[in-house]
Design a protein around this ligand. Structure first.
Ligand code: SF4
Length: 402
């Protein structure tokens, strides 16, 4: 019987590595890295964060996509959503002949174009249980690039559901990963989830659990979390046993704080001695996200004059890196090197954390005299785009780079 499910690649990695490196590596970035993550170009001192750019999960997903194209040259290849949240990498996928199946406005996918002859790549953040089962039902070849760290969260959430605990997920309900993670509760009958975006939204949940004065009514709570919880979610019934998890790319500090606040609310409701039988928690921020946030936190102890954060506007981990830097120095979150216009000496950038916030245009954004420039990039940003962004900054300053 033909194998139709792959999640370990096709053994072509070694063969394709030179091609992938040529497309995504940067000699300039490697040079700075080899000099201790700092370098001086004219009157610009450049500092790279100690951890930045492609994470192990993205590396693997990109490798598998290239391997898939080489393995199935005669088949139509599709991608469910974006392989990662980076426009440059996604455009390369299209150039290689891969077709994207984009989600509809309610976040679901229409797989009616697919047949069993097709090959479908699942992205690094995974797909929902429902989508996975539908794709298996079609019988197409599936190349599953879901990151191991995401699978780790899925196992945790599934266990919560199995044990009768509602999964409280710190994440963005519109994000593919959170939707996929939440769907894991459906592996067990009666499994429940609720997704909270941040501390402000979490506060409504904590107050409800602890039945604090002024908390939302049951109806108001259900209306507010309607799209962010299981279809038949009832806060009076489903908040008695809670397990906390999170989207892997959230702000680690906030995730931790939300876990504590839920615990605090459970103690208030059930008493210290019983809280442990009603509450579970497990940090599921991935190590790559953590390391990138830690590296930026370290750099911000002595912040550079200007910070450049490079990565997709819809990339959760990039948005959080930008948010961290904004609190310490002048920060520009750009989606791509092309946001820097050398001729006009301007930059297009996003200020707010919200992925859909508008892009702003800034002129006179670089200091007049000598300055230090810090650079980091989200887990889905390839090094060539980091190098290109730096080259554009130096070009604006009229600094040649060999
Ligand atoms: S950010 Fe973390 S969970 Fe997401 S793909 Fe990278 S390593 Fe995996």
């Amino acid at each position: 019987m033909e194998q139709t499910y792959f999640r370990k690649g096709f053994g072509l990695k070694k063969e394709l590595r030179p091609l992938i490196d040529a497309e995504y590596q940067s000699a300039l970035v490697e040079r700075i890295r080899s000099r201790g993550y700092t370098d001086v170009f004219g009157d610009v001192s450049v500092r790279l964060a100690q951890e930045f750019g492609f994470c192990y999960g993205v590396d693997r997903a990109v490798d598998y996509a290239y391997e898939t194209v080489h393995k199935f040259p005669d088949r139509q290849i599709y991608l469910v959503g974006e392989i990662i949240h980076n426009p440059h990498v996604n455009n390369r996928m299209i150039e290689m002949g891969i077709s994207f199946i984009y989600p509809t406005s309610d976040g679901t996918f229409d797989f009616s174009v697919l047949s069993e002859d097709d090959v479908v790549i699942l992205p690094a953040f995974g797909v929902t249980l429902h989508d996975f089962e539908e794709l298996r039902g079609i019988g197409c070849i599936l190349v599953d690039t879901t990151c191991g760290s995401v699978l780790h969260v899925w196992k945790r959430v599934e266990k919560y559901a199995r044990d009768g605990f509602t999964a409280v997920i710190h994440g963005k309900y519109s994000h593919e990963e959170s939707r996929a993670t939440a769907s894991q509760v459906n592996k067990h009958e009666g499994g429940k989830y609720i997704i909270v975006r941040d501390m402000a939204e979490g506060q409504l949940l904590f107050d409800y659990i602890a039945d604090r004065p002024g908390r939302l009514t049951r109806e108001a709570f259900m209306e507010l979390f309607n799209a962010k919880s299981s279809p038949d979610f009832d806060p009076d019934r489903d908040l008695a046993h809670i397990g906390v998890a999170n989207q892997t790319t959230m702000l680690a500090k906030e995730s931790l704080a939300i876990g504590w606040k839920v615990h605090e609310a459970m103690v208030e409701r059930f008493g210290e001695e019983h809280a442990s039988t009603h509450f579970r928690s497990f940090g599921t921020i991935c190590s790559a996200t953590q390391e990138r946030q830690d590296a930026v936190a370290e750099m911000m102890q002595d912040p550079p004059d200007v910070m450049l954060v490079i990565g997709g506007y819809n990339s959760s981990n990039t948005n959080h890196l930008a948010h961290l830097c904004q609190q310490h120095t002048t920060t520009f979150h750009i989606e791509d090197a092309a946001c820097i216009d050398v001729e006009k000496a301007t930059v297009r950038h996003k200020v707010e954390l919200d992925p859909s916030a508008p892009e702003l245009l800034a002129a006179d954004w670089l200091p007049d005299g000598a300055f230090s420039l810090g650079i980091t990039a989200g887990a889905s940003t390839p090094n060539n785009k980091i190098g290109e962004a730096l080259l554009r900054v130096l070009e604006i300053r009229g600094i040649p780079v060999e």
